[in-house]
Design a protein around this ligand. Sequence first.
Ligand code: ZN
Length: 445
Amino acid sequence: MPIKIIQAAAFFIDNTLQENIAAAIDTHSGDIKEIASPDILLKKYSASPKENWGDLVIVPGSVNAHNHSFQSLLRGIAADRPFLEWRDNSLYKYSPRMRLDDIYSGALFAFTEMMKCGATTVSDFFYLHQFGSESDEAVVQAAKDCGIRLVLASTMYDWDGAPAGYVENVAAAVERTEKLMKKYSGGMTKVIPAPHSLHAASPDMIKAGHKLAKKYNTPYHIHVAEEMFEVEQVQKEHHTTPLAYLDSLNVVDKHMSIIHGVWLNENEIKTMGEKGAHLIYCPSSNMFLADGISDIPCYLQNNVPIALGSDGACGNNRISVFEEMRMVSILQKAKTCDALCVNYNDAFTMGTSNGAIVLDLPIGKIAAGCKADFVGISISDFSMQPLTQKGQQFLPNLIYSMQPTAIKRVAVNGQTTVINNTLTNIADKRVLDLVHSTMQHLEKD
Ligand SMILES: [Zn+2]
């Protein structure tokens, strides 16, 4: 087994700064093989290559559990408009014009920007299927080219009010998704089913997505109750509430991760807890799109695991999970007037190890058996100071004050992908050139 030893000033393990520690990485699988003192590892693996991260502190890579990569290309377009106006002038106007190359460029742009901000895994909830599974393959290729770990949430969408490229019938969506799930089932790329939402996927489509998740024992993702209109629509059509309706379809269980869950009532959140479902929370996006504020303390009380997502970069408009860790905590404090409702430990767990739960991958922790997804933080960056000898401010600073300037190095699966804000697998200029040429094409009338 080929091993590489990674050393640094300290590792942040079990929420404490640990000095005099190194990691032995299996470079074939990308797994952390062993964590121990450098003396032990250097002796045991004396012939193995060494990589020294100098004065950086290594923390687990953050997990972006919800994104729409192509939306990075729409950032800044039709901003500050009501939802339906924004949707028609941005999303619905530009996405049908996207060629395969543009889908690739958007994904590469989104993935590289978030990786520079310390995300090592992304779940891309992807629904532009104008080129069938070739669209999905373009996203997979972008992830491979920049080196980020990808979970492609293969969207199943059959509401025909949307652009034609989003829409498939149930049989076609199942066939395309299942083929991809068989092809990509773990490691650097994994595919999971993702019926879009109650307003964009029929009950049959939602049940089909859930069935695939059960058959292959994977999670499935679905947007639920992001905006009030969905609650009103479900009330009108089914005389009940969104999660209660999903429960009547028998799709609320341990496979389910709902995205947003802004407008669920206490009973619905309780049902999620009882049935083992999860929440993926996107606080900045909910603020930017004026959705409302999810009742995070209620989810916590009902033991619903919560992971974080940036959502699409045209509805945030940043694309950083460390930013979402800060936001979940300070937004909930403002809502509840309770400074203890979401603390920095909770926020860190949501942005790292809880990502492992909603994506069912061994990530988000620095421990033997987990993937070697690391972010190197410079504690000399002003935003990480002060830091006294006991290091007790490290985690509060990481969550509440850190700026991206402190993120000096990123590795995914043991391989360095970013050094000093510069990509290692692809030239930064290449990404910018692709974005530029795609935008020239999209803006042509
Ligand atoms: Zn979304």
